[in-house]
Design a protein around this ligand. Structure first.
Ligand code: NDP
Ligand code: 8X3
Length: 266
């Protein structure tokens, strides 16, 4: 935890689920030591609520800045770093977590709008954020330093019917992560990926456009991971010694062994 002291951490998609849990978990890891958290998402009210709850839990030792940012907007991402206050611009860790799935349609019935929103958020958004923040890392000595932690998915490794676009976006994240790690091999920049299996968040509610009954059915008879389970792993990889790169992490709940391989008790 001492290794996180004084760091500036940017989290995308911090208004809900895994990103929100990462915000709390980073704050808990270095509560009294000038950790700076930049929490981004489209829902600014939800970010302000997360910021207030973190302050209530850990006090003022952690500085939390909520910033409205739609990662699928190249213009907003391009303006992001320059728009930060001076004391939040020296970013050390970028958690590329913002992402979503829309629907369970199969080709040729997949709505063009859904294809575009998934790629523009999960892939182009993540790449644009990475390109926006990398110059901050590269300005440091020895070719640069800093951490990029991309949230992939089991879906990127084990594609399933009814999820072709989402799975393709997460495979793209995986491929980008691996290329980037190789491109930055001469630097101290760490490029890491954390791939969750089934986690109960707003993910399925978004997939089914707000239909809570359909979302709940995804988890019937299963015990999914909690977003805190993933956040613990994210904070762990960020908190290792700089020479330690936890390059690739796959996390399942106990009943899961593949994207569609679940043991259901009922
Ligand atoms: P949630 O729906 O709970 O959270 C998604 C977050 O992404 C929200 O904070 C949302 O904020 C944000 N987001 C979505 N679109 C945008 C956008 N255009 N710009 C900025 N932020 C955006 O789901 P999870 O916490 O589960 O998802 C987080 C990540 O984890 C995603 O990348 C997802 O693919 C991945 N994942 C999830 C798994 C699961 O089973 N839940 C399993 C494997 C991976 P807002 O709406 O305010 O913009
Ligand atoms: C989410 C995992 O398999 O439910 O990334 O699509 S899955």
């Amino acid at each position: 935890a001492r290794r996180l002291e004084g760091k500036t951490i940017v989290i995308t998609g911090a208004s809900s689920g895994i990103g929100r849990s990462c915000a709390f978990e980073f704050a808990r890891a270095a509560p009294a030591n000038s950790l700076k958290l930049v929490l981004t998402a489209r829902r600014i009210d939800a970010l302000r609520d997360v910021a207030a709850k973190i302050r209530a839990e850990v006090g003022d030792g952690v500085k939390v800045l909520p910033v409205q940012l739609d990662v699928s907007s190249p213009d907003q991402v391009r303006a992001f770093v320059a728009g930060l206050p001076d004391d939040f611009r020296d970013i050390n860790v970028l958690v590329n977590n913002a992402g979503l799935v829309k629907g369970v349609a199969k080709a040729p019935e997949i709505a063009e709008q859904d294809i575009n929103v998934m790629f523009q958020t999960n892939v182009t958004g993540l790449i644009n954020m990475t390109q926006a923040v990398l110059p901050v890392f590269q300005a440091r000595p020895d070719g640069g330093a800093g951490d990029i932690i991309n949230i992939g998915s089991i879906a990127g490794r084990d594609p399933y019917p009814g999820g072709s676009i989402y799975c393709a976006t997460k495979a793209a994240v995986r491929s980008f992560t691996e290329s980037l790690r190789k491109e930055l091999i001469a630097t101290r920049i760490r490029v890491m990926e954390v791939d969750p299996g089934q986690v109960e968040t707003e993910f399925s509610v978004v997939r089914f456009n707000g239909d809570k009954a359909k979302a709940d059915a995804v988890y019937t008879g299963c015990e999914p991971l909690t977003p805190d389970d993933i956040a613990e792993a994210v904070v762990f990889v960020a908190g290792r010694r700089e020479n330690v790169v936890i390059a690739d992490t796959l996390i399942f709940p106990n009943h899961q062994a593949g994207a569609g391989i679940m043991h259901r008790k009922s």
